[in-house]
Ligand binder design. Structure first.
Ligand code: C5P
Length: 290
């Protein structure tokens, strides 16, 4: 049996950091919105060991790769010693703040569980995913979610009706931002490091009942502070997108991807053209319906 799976990404509609914890991680509240732009993965039972191949020359295929670590963790927990062959076709940018690597890992847990006839219950998959990375559990579910703790506590939400028919424009500048770097440098911005709890719940209630314009005023990302300080270009991206009709423009996760929300797909495509004529097309851009 050979499984073919799509590995999507996300944007954070709000990312509110609440403080640094004793274990070094940061307590946070964030609203994660799935985005249907995908890497592609295949899984099959073959050979005598774990073999990972990847289309991206900069991605290692050994235990430094989250997919390799997810597969190793799954096989150990399920006490499986059979060979597995995995291929990752990387379409999304690396270190982009859109959860590409985390999604690859989550898809690996779910696909291997399917390939071996479900030896692990979903709570176990969630626990293995959380142990591997804060954002990975979210990608086990295909739904918007409020995530808390260090990101691993997932509360699933209904799709936001006011986003129906709207579209995303995403722009990656061609350089990535390391997540540990972002969190370390947040220490220089005490206000952003110690956000007030409750902002994510407020945004959710506006997204569920209000108008996008009212909700837009509440979108926020604490990690923009260190990113803008080092890469002022990212702030220029947002100003330009807002001046050119974006309903919302924000950095996703720890960056470097900026996302904008447009009225519909043609409007997102128009925004994309304007963006590229202003900033060039050396990075990665995409448009997709929400
Ligand atoms: O959990 P994950 O492996 O994705 O986290 C990568 C790094 O990002 C952590 O080692 C930590 O430095 C930082 N991080 C954090 N607080 C979080 C999530 C990540 O400090 N809630």
């Amino acid at each position: 049996m050979r499984l073919e799976k799509k590995s999507p990404c996300k944007v954070n509609l709000i990312l509110n950091i609440l403080g640094k914890r004793a274990d070094g991680f940061h307590e946070l509240e964030t609203v994660m919105q799935p985005v249907n732009l995908c890497d592609e993965m295949t899984f099959e039972r073959a050979g005598a060991s774990l073999q990972l191949t990847c289309s991206h020359p900069e991605l290692p295929c050994d235990s430094k790769n989250l997919v390799h670590r997810a597969a190793t963790s799954f096989l150990a927990a399920a006490k499986i010693s059979d060979g597995v062959k995995i291929h990752l076709q990387k379409n999304l940018p690396l270190a982009g703040g859109i959860g590409g690597g985390s999604a690859n890992a989550a898809v690996t847990f779910a696909a291997l569980n399917e390939l071996f006839s479900a030896p692990l219950p979903s709570e176990k998959l969630h626990a293995l995913a959380a142990a591997l990375g804060s954002d990975i559990p979210f990608f086990l579910y295909d739904r918007p979610a409020l995530t808390t703790g260090r990101g691993e506590k997932v509360e699933l939400l209904e799709k936001f009706s006011i986003l129906r028919g709207k579209a995303f424009f995403l722009a990656h500048p061609g350089f990535g931002i390391s997540t540990p770097w972002s969190y370390q440098n947040l220490a220089r911005f005490p206000k952003e490091l110690n956000g007030k709890p409750g902002r994510a719940e407020k945004l959710i209630s506006l997204l569920q009942t209000g108008y996008l314009k009212t909700a837009a005023a509440e979108i926020y990302n604490s990690l923009e502070a260190p990113a803008f300080d080092k890469f002022p270009l990212l702030e220029l991206y947002q100003e330009f997108l807002r001046e050119n009709g974006a309903l919302v423009a924000l950095m996703s996760g720890s960056g470097s991807t900026t996302f904008a929300i447009a009225e519909n797909l043609p409007a997102a495509e128009k925004l994309s053209e304007k963006f590229k004529s202003q900033f060039g097309d050396h990075g990665w851009t995409a448009t997709v319906e929400i």
